[in-house]
Design a protein around this ligand. Structure first.
Ligand code: ADP
Ligand code: MG
Length: 322
């Protein structure tokens, strides 16, 4: 039998039990992604962590393996809690945790999100949960009603923290975090690093290590161009410049930003009139409407998405299933 030296991206370099390593192999996780390689050694020491890496970089497994390492399956009590911005993300996280936990005996993961009756969730909690994954609002509901007991919690995860802040969950996160036992590990995962994150970490984390894995763009793949279109009495000249550029470059998908909602609408109306499939996205739309717009953009039935707020670009891309 030959053995090759373990590289630093081998899961086997981590202090994980053999059955966990075998399960990772079965899942096809043959080596760690960069954010996993950077964050797992720290997280598995029980330290608080702020980890930042782009969408799709494997952040879920990075915190899931850490919270599972803290877990005692024979203890029938909630030991880990993951806060997520939306129900869809909570479902994805719960699925990934279950996959990673399947090598262990019967670990129960319960999702707690709005939009479904409380009583089913209460029943699941009464049946025993080791890990809860949910949105801050619904978790707060359960804490207020005392249907969720987190006195035995040892790991708190804030997933997609930037998006939770973007959605106005700061106070909810604070309310939940204050009720967690002081003796705990707190892991914060995010694709970007807006201001609010420093505030969360100061208030709710203990000497967190910050780990950032920058997205590697192949330089040759991104070309930036700048066109100056003079201000004029005729907005039409500016709108037409956009249409001309789209006709010239013919991109399959375009994300355009405007300062205001009315500019967004004007551009969308203009482009539609010119035969483009364009849709507007702005803060005042309801979540359901925004989701519909993003679905149409991601399935390419809409080719130009015109949005108001550059700061939201991050979550537009994250919501976009490539
Ligand atoms: P993020 O939360 O950073 O957006 P995810 O945790 O959702 O990313 O992971 C993206 C995808 O990569 C998932 O399908 C996951 O199963 C897969 N994945 C994660 N870690 C590994 C790994 N080490 N090897 C192979 N695939 C992985
Ligand atoms: Mg994620």
């Amino acid at each position: 039998m030959t053995s090759s030296p373990a590289s630093s991206s081998d899961f086997s370099t981590l202090p994980l039990p053999a059955h966990v390593l075998a399960n990772l192999q079965q899942l096809g996780y043959l080596s760690m992604t960069p954010i996993q390689a950077a964050s797992l050694p720290v997280a598995l020491l029980g330290k608080d962590l702020i980890a930042q890496a782009k969408t799709g970089s494997g952040k879920t497994a990075a915190f899931a393996l850490a919270l599972l390492a803290n877990l005692n399956a024979r203890r029938f009590a909630v030991q880990a809690m993951v806060l997520c911005p939306t129900r869809e993300l909570a479902d994805q996280v719960a699925t990934e945790i279950r996959r990673l936990a399947r090598a262990e005996e019967n670990i129960k993961v319960v999702t707690l999100c709005g939009g479904v009756p409380l009583r089913n969730q209460v029943a699941s909690l009464q049946n025993g949960a080791h890990i809860v994954v949910g949105t801050p609002g619904r978790i707060m509901d359960h804490l207020e009603r005392e249907t969720l007991d987190i006195d035995t919690l040892n790991t708190l995860v804030l997933d997609e923290a930037d998006r939770m802040l973007d959605m106005g969950f700061y106070n909810d996160i604070a309310t939940v975090a204050k009720q967690c036992p002081d003796e705990r590990q707190t892991l914060l995962f995010s694709a970007t690093y807006p201001e609010g994150i420093a505030k969360i970490s100061q208030q709710f984390m203990k000497e967190p290590q910050t780990i950032t894995v920058q997205a590697q763009h192949e330089k040759s793949k991104i070309r930036q161009r700048w066109y100056e279109v003079p201000e004029s009495d005729h907005d039409e000249a500016r709108l037409n410049a956009v249409a001309l550029l789209l006709n010239h470059y013919r991109p399959a998908s375009t994300l355009a930003f405007c300062n205001t909602k009315s500019q967004c609408r004007a551009l969308v109306a203009y482009l539609k009139n010119k035969g483009f499939s364009a849709l507007a996205l702005y803060g005042e739309l309801e979540q359901r409407e925004r989701d519909q717009v993003l679905v149409q953009f991601s399935n390419r039935s809409c080719s130009v998405l015109v949005a108001t707020d550059v700061a939201r670009a991050g979550w537009i891309f994250r919501s976009w299933r490539w």
